[in-house]
Design a protein around this ligand. Structure first.
Ligand SMILES: [Mn+2]
Length: 310
């Protein structure tokens, strides 16, 4: 089941691009970091940055060839998960989600297609299935281990192929897009407070410091089977930066400061380290996890440049 969220103005979400979009692969440079913070005894967050390729393992040949050959097409998977549940259960839940999604990606996900609008919708549907599988996996594990009962995790995940970005999201981690000097929050928080602000029963200025602000209304895992996945697809452009983060960043650092930091520093690694330091400097009251991916135009030969180049 998916939640349809209205497109943010200027971002041209979903439905996008049709067949007219040229098939042009943007190069990707990404960096992720996770930290326990200043208060929590352990880190229950996880993250993943992965590149998907088509690989051919040569068993025998008459030609002088490398034993493993890799196709030109590269896709990327970016993921942040923030686990919850006492006694290491949160750490277990977020790890189970990552492993379930990796398993789905390797064995079920048909990611290698032409990146037109219809294909993006197919990718989103598959990514929603990946989160449903993770949900079922966590509940199955909790059924076998009563001490883990109720454990769950947020998952905010982005899939990049060509010039397209697909985002699926559950919980109160966040995805942001930095484009043309502006920061757009791509996801909404699945929390009681955010729901109340949306339906007008609470003002935004009443949320900060509220004792219920961490109550999550939608989680991968949790006490009941089933998850509602928020899904978005849109075109990604050269110069865009994607930020995924757990609430340990967004609770400690304002959107304005995040925007200013990204505007001042185009390098994913140094900008990520700066944001982590700001979150810890602001109190570090929760685990802090973030990853930044920068999308650049391919170089003149038409092949992706930077870290991806062979
Ligand atoms: Mn958290």
């Amino acid at each position: 089941m998916s939640i349809d969220v209205p497109a943010e103005e200027g971002l041209q979400m979903t439905a996008v691009s049709a067949a007219a979009t040229p098939r042009r692969a943007l190069s990707v440079k990404a960096f992720g970091i996770t930290d326990t913070g200043k208060v929590r005894p352990s880190n229950e967050d996880q993250f993943l940055i992965a590149e998907l390729t088509k690989a051919m393992r040569v068993c025998q040949t008459s030609l002088p060839q490398p034993r493993v050959q890799v196709g030109d097409e590269r896709a990327h998977l970016f993921l942040v998960a923030d686990g919850m549940g006492g006694h290491q259960a949160g750490e277990r839940a977020s790890a189970l989600a990552v492993v379930a999604i990796e398993h789905f990606t390797l064995n079920t996900f048909k990611w290698f297609f032409g990146p037109d609008g219809g294909e993006a919708q197919k990718a989103l549907a598959q990514l929603e299935t990946a989160l449903s599988n993770a949900d079922a996996r966590i509940l199955a594990e909790a059924a076998d281990h009563p001490e883990l009962r109720g454990m769950g995790t947020t998952v905010t995940m982005a899939f990049h192929l060509g010039a397209q970005l697909c985002v699926v999201h559950v919980g109160d981690s966040r995805a942001y897009l930095h484009r043309g000097g502006e920061l757009h929050q791509l996801t909404r928080d699945h929390t009681l407070m955010a729901d109340m602000v949306r339906d007008g029963t609470l003002r935004q200025d009443q949320v900060a410091g509220h004792r219920l602000r961490h109550v999550i209304t939608n989680v991968v895992g949790g006490r009941e089977l089933g998850v509602e996945v928020e899904a978005h697809a849109f075109d990604v452009r050269p110069g865009d930066r994607l930020l995924l983060c757990s609430d340990g960043l967004s609770e400690m650092v304002t959107n304005e400061t995040i925007a200013a930091t990204l505007a001042a520093d185009a390098e994913p690694e140094s900008a990520a380290k700066t944001l982590l330091a700001l979150a810890n400097g602001g109190g570090g009251s929760d685990n802090i996890t973030l990853l930044i991916a920068r999308f650049d135009a391919p170089d003149v030969e038409g092949t992706p440049s930077g870290e991806d180049a062979r």
